[in-house]
Write a protein that binds this ligand. Sequence first.
Ligand code: GUN
Length: 293
Amino acid sequence: MYTIIDGKAISEQVKTEIAEEVKQMMAAGKRAPHLAVIIVGHDGGSETYVAHKVKSCEQVGFTSTKIMFEDNVTEIELLAKIEELNNNKELDGFIVQLPLPKHISEQKVIEAIDYRKDVDGFHPVNVGRMSIGLPCYVSATPSGIIELLKRYEIPTSGKNCVVIGRSNIVGKPVATLMMQKGYPGDATVTVCHSRTKNLKEICLQADIIIAALGMPEFLTGDMVKNGAAVIDVGTTRVPSDKTKSGFRLSGDVKFDEVAPKCSFITPVPGGVGPMTIVSLLKNTLLAAKGEIY
Ligand code: GUN
């Protein structure tokens, strides 16, 4: 029998822990942690994510500020706002929701954020510090995956971990974390991508598979060995006539086929997804406590 990893329940548990710390901070006379979120334009996905982020801040007792720009905002205007937030002493951390309109360089925007307030963990200083194992803000999805492995006590030391996907925000950082010394980590990591040969054979060697390529139901039952732990990072919107919104979220794993072979598996939705916001809250708390920089 396999265990379904309940990301929703774990995320609620971590939020309760964060809320408790906030209460203690405030009882000690400190102000509440403060997160700001910049959103540009009206991308449906981004608006939903940002609304969840703001609501989660409320749930744990953080102050949050939402800053909205229309999608014709210039890069200069956006960079000026970032500079203002970098210098705002009442603010512990902030993020710029991605994607941005094409006329704005995402890389320039990320590098303009003071790395000490970069609670998304996207700034090269944070990415670099993570890769050499120094304290830093780790980006939300990899950090959420690691937290799930930890809370379910899934063994990682000496295990074969196959990561499918090499994106900067998931594949690369999660591979780095899985190979670092300690727990969860100490795994032998293989990173696969669109040019990988013999993907099925490589996956069949895996004790842990992290599917993060963004192709619905890519990982099928014949690619997974018995007893593997499978983490599904996919969240592709696919049309559906069964939901009010007209779409549903599809993971990268063909759940019905893969689950019976697994020791542990994350569902979509309700697996990795809910953990990502919690990771952002954790980073904001760390920022407020001044524990990293
Ligand atoms: N867009 C999708 N995921 C993220 C995230 O974690 N942070 C930001 N800033 N934008 C995103």
